[in-house]
Design a protein around this ligand. Sequence first.
Ligand code: ZN
Length: 92
Amino acid sequence: MGAEMAEKPAGNCHHLLDELGEYLDGEAAAATCAEIERHLAECENCRAVVDTLRKTITLYRELPPPELSEAARARLCKTLDLSALYIEHTQR
Ligand SMILES: [Zn+2]
């Protein structure tokens, strides 16, 4: 009796927060996205978390690219050990 109350607002939060990274990167499976969005519709806490994370990510992505010469960028990539990435990128 009374065991049918499955809708616990906070029940899924931890599980959900584990998936948020993938969700925000657009890498989560469609089912996971749907699950997260459904939870967000009901859970103000998680909505706030997602909102903050999304803004942070958006800020990073929208930062204007620094004005670097090719040489400076190559050096930076090498310094950051991204030289492989850099080479791959320029060959495309
Ligand atoms: Zn939640």
